[in-house]
Each structure stands twice: as structure tokens, then as C-alpha cells.
Design a protein around this ligand. Sequence first.
Ligand SMILES: Nc1nc2c(c(=O)[nH]1)N[C@H]1C(S)=C(S)[C@@H](COP(=O)(O)O)O[C@H]1N2
Ligand SMILES: [Mo]
Length: 364
Amino acid sequence: MTSTEASAPARVADPGEGITAEELQLAARNHGMPAEALRYDLTPVGLHYLLIHYDIPAIAPQEWRLRLGGAVDRPLELTLDELRARPAASRTVTLECAGNGRARLEPRPISQPWLVDAVGTAEWTGTPLAPLLAEAGLSPDAVEVAFTGADHGIERGIEQDYARALPLAAALAEDVILAYEMNGVPLPPQHGYPLRLVVPGWYGMAQVKWLTGIEVLDRPFEGFQNAVAYRLKVEADDVGEPVTRILPRALMIPPGYPDFMSRTRFAKPGEHLLTGRAWSGWGPVDRVEVSTDGGLTWADADLGPLGDAYAWRSWRHRWTAVPGRYELLARATDRVGHVQPVDQPWNRQGMANNMTQRVAVVVG
Ligand SMILES: Nc1nc2c(c(=O)[nH]1)N[C@H]1C(S)=C(S)[C@@H](COP(=O)(O)O)O[C@H]1N2
Ligand SMILES: [Mo]
């Protein structure tokens, strides 16, 4: 376990400061999903977004073990074959990085500079976590469960293995799985081979990859990724609320075709079918609205069928385009009543920012 004292605060860009070479270095390793891949129900593995804080660790499958211990009666140690022999479950889940949209914030928090593309949907197959915890025998004092990956690095001066804890109730939820397959094939190295945690509805940071350890805790976890990072802070010394479930977001497949450098879209006058996906970690998306006039007026889009509880939902909207310059927006509302904001919800790590996407289009 690593101490979180003395970590440097997250930096915020100076007014007018462009994207730095350090941010570019992260952006090239950790790619987003191209918006046109919103067309697939399941994101093809190579198009799914990727976020890796340190390096992809080298894992020898024969030597790899999952160790489950801490505040339990019977610590367990399992091989990959033993995990695969347990009851299996598959879930289609939309994952989104908590930092999605960060690079559009003003001022810009310096970190992985996502635009709006840190998302993907996969079918994850693995074994449910709750029965394993029950087999180990939870102590009545258990309050959280910490998950540790095999990857190691330094973050704001703190050396650590990537580790994240969940409140006990969240870890015991029926839909949480230890996944060894993605879209029907063994996890690829970049997505956590041989095993990752999948917590449907939660932002990406909870979905611990390259899992090696599960520790049941009788006190709140103090690791960096819970105590310092992934908190909604405005001032550097705020304690901040923890980041948990995904706030609703709608994204659009930009219509027409792009200019290579500016990515501005060009489209022919006439009928266009605007399509995209929307999701929320708080419950189903019940409404998607589209604006073709920069957010002045909104119209309801048609929604596709509901799939798995935390999988994105398709939407479509007919647009009759006459020559001119447009800004297209799409925003989602979930069943709990969260409405996607048009203005930025700013915080200093740029987390859980679900500001509405804007797509510039020139018609004619
Ligand atoms: N061990 C480990 N797990 C991790 C990470 C990591 O760096 N190390 N990144 C997290 C973050 S911040 C995100 S957004 C998701 C990304 O999952 P993906 O790369 O499979 O899309 O993995 C999470 N799990
Ligand atoms: Mo993330």
C-alpha cells in the first residue's frame, strides 16, 4: 500500500496554453474511439478506447494467480483455469473514462487530453465476484474491497501499483464480474489480460485491469486512486466527492465527410439521418434531444431498443439540411432525471464532465 501524503496537485493549464508534448504523449498511447464506430452495437476490440496509467504489464499466464484476502475467513488463491471453471456470465457494458471531455474544459486540467471519445461498448465474459467473496467468508467488519493490478508506476510523486477500492455494497452487486473475455476472445493485453474487474455503470477507473489482488478491508481504502485522484475538487486542497457512476451522455456520428486537418464536416443539402448512442450509469436513457441550431431549439430523437442495463442505446433523428453553417448537438436524459448540461461542469481533474458534444457542419 502506498501513502498518499505529499502528492503534487493536478495542474491546470494557463490561459491560452496549448496542448503540451506531455499530453500528446499520453494521447497517442491512450486512444479514443473514432466517432463513426458508434455505428456498432459492440465496439470492435481495436476501436474501443484505451486508458493505461503506466505500462501494459508482462504477465506469464502459468504463473499468474488471483489472491483474495484481507478481512475474510478463508483467503483464496486461484489460477486462470480455476476461474474459467467457475459459473460464467456475460454482460454488454459501455465503459467511459471519467476524464472524457477534459480537453474541452476551460481552464484545461492537464492530464490525458480527451475530447469526447473515451468510450466503447463490449461484451465482457467472466465469473461473478459476489459468490467468490461469499466463499472466502466476509468479516462482519468489512466495509470496502480493494482491487490491485499488476501495473506499476508513479503518479504525482507517489509510487504505486494501480489499485482502486469499491464500497462493499458496490462490490457485492450481482452484475459485477471478473472478466477474462472481451467480445468472445481472451482479453487482449491492453484491456487487462488475463483478468479485469467489470463494474457495470461505473466510470472506467473502477474497472481494474491486470487484476492480481482483491483485499477485503475493515476501513476505508487510502490508496491514491481513491483518496487523491478520482474526486470532484475545485480547489487543490478540497477533499472532494468520489467519482462513481457514469453521468448521461449522447454522442453523434458526425454527418457528411471531414476536412483532414480541421475535422470540420461537409454535407450535401437534403435529408440526413443523424444517428448516435447514449448511455448513463444511473439507469436507462429515456430521452435524447437534438439541436441543429447550436442549442437554441431542441427536438426529441427516436430511441432504439433498450439492451443490457448499462449498454448504450441507439438514437436517430431526421434532419433536412439547407445550405449554411450549423452546429449540431445531442443531449441525453436518464430515468433518474439527470439531464446532460450544455455548459461545462468544471472541476480541477476534469472528471465526470458530460458537457454536450458540438459538431460543426458546413452544408452546400
Ligand atoms: N490496472 C489498471 N486498471 C485500469 C487502469 C490502469 O491504468 N491500470 N486504467 C483505468 C481507467 S482510468 C480506465 S478509463 C479504464 C480503461 O479501460 P480500457 O482501456 O479497457 O478501455 O481502465 C481502468 N483500469
Ligand atoms: Mo479513466
